[in-house]
Design a protein around this ligand. Sequence first.
Ligand SMILES: Nc1ncnc2c1ncn2[C@@H]1O[C@H](COP(=O)(O)OP(=O)(O)OP(=O)(O)O)[C@@H](O)[C@H]1O
Length: 255
Amino acid sequence: MFRLSTITKDHGTRRVLGLDSLTLGAEGLTVILGHNGSGKSTLLGLLARTDTATTGQITLNDQPLAAIPQRKLAQAVAYLPQRLPPVPGLTLRELVRLGRYPWRGALGRWQPQDHAAVNAAMQATGAESRAEALVETMSGGERQRGYIAMLLAQDAPILLLDEPTSALDPGHAHEVLRLLRKLVDDTGRRVIVVLHDVNLATRFADRVVALREGRIAFDGPPAALLRAEILSMLYAVPMQVVAGPQGHLPLAVVS
Ligand SMILES: Nc1ncnc2c1ncn2[C@@H]1O[C@H](COP(=O)(O)OP(=O)(O)OP(=O)(O)O)[C@@H](O)[C@H]1O
């Protein structure tokens, strides 16, 4: 579990994040929402330690995040950033195998548990059928499933994903969230995921944390987010809440 206290992140004279106190990763699936530029990726980058705060402290399981050795951190936290470098010449299976990096010994030998983790991750994501395909030839959805399989193979208890559905059509976006939900429910992993789609968030999340101009503007269960005044404040456009499909929460729409 992450604890953040009095965190700020400045770029030059501009403050892009200011969080007094926040605990993340204690519950199943947390979605981070917020308008463009509200600080979501900055927050995830701080948790993944690819970025550092200007002031304040972050701990992971009561240890200062800054003091955790890189390999130990990678065993505890798997991070899928918003933008990934191209991977020319790599097959999907090779990509997923990269997820095992933090677990391999000094000589980099493959152990039975490495193979098992790669196979399980490919199976869970339905990536097996394309295992030998080159990643660069795949569609956005297939590639994204591959990256999520790589993340799963890392076998970390906490997963951080920054807009994993941004390149996906509605069907594939749902599929990714269903998969993350299943991971949480079946394996007890903790998932923290940045999304833009409010309705996807409320359908799958246990908790929603919403940022506005770098500050927390909402933190609570999905049903509590579905109020016109809260959504309109978050996105600075008039929004409404309308009836959803039978058995589901209402839907957020721009008025
Ligand atoms: N390296 C940087 N230098 C200067 N400003 C930066 C830098 N990185 C981020 N910012 C600014 O910090 C603010 C927050 O950025 P961040 O990427 O965290 O927002 P976000 O909520 O993830 O946005 P989006 O939804 O558009 O992905 C933005 O205004 C961005 O321009």
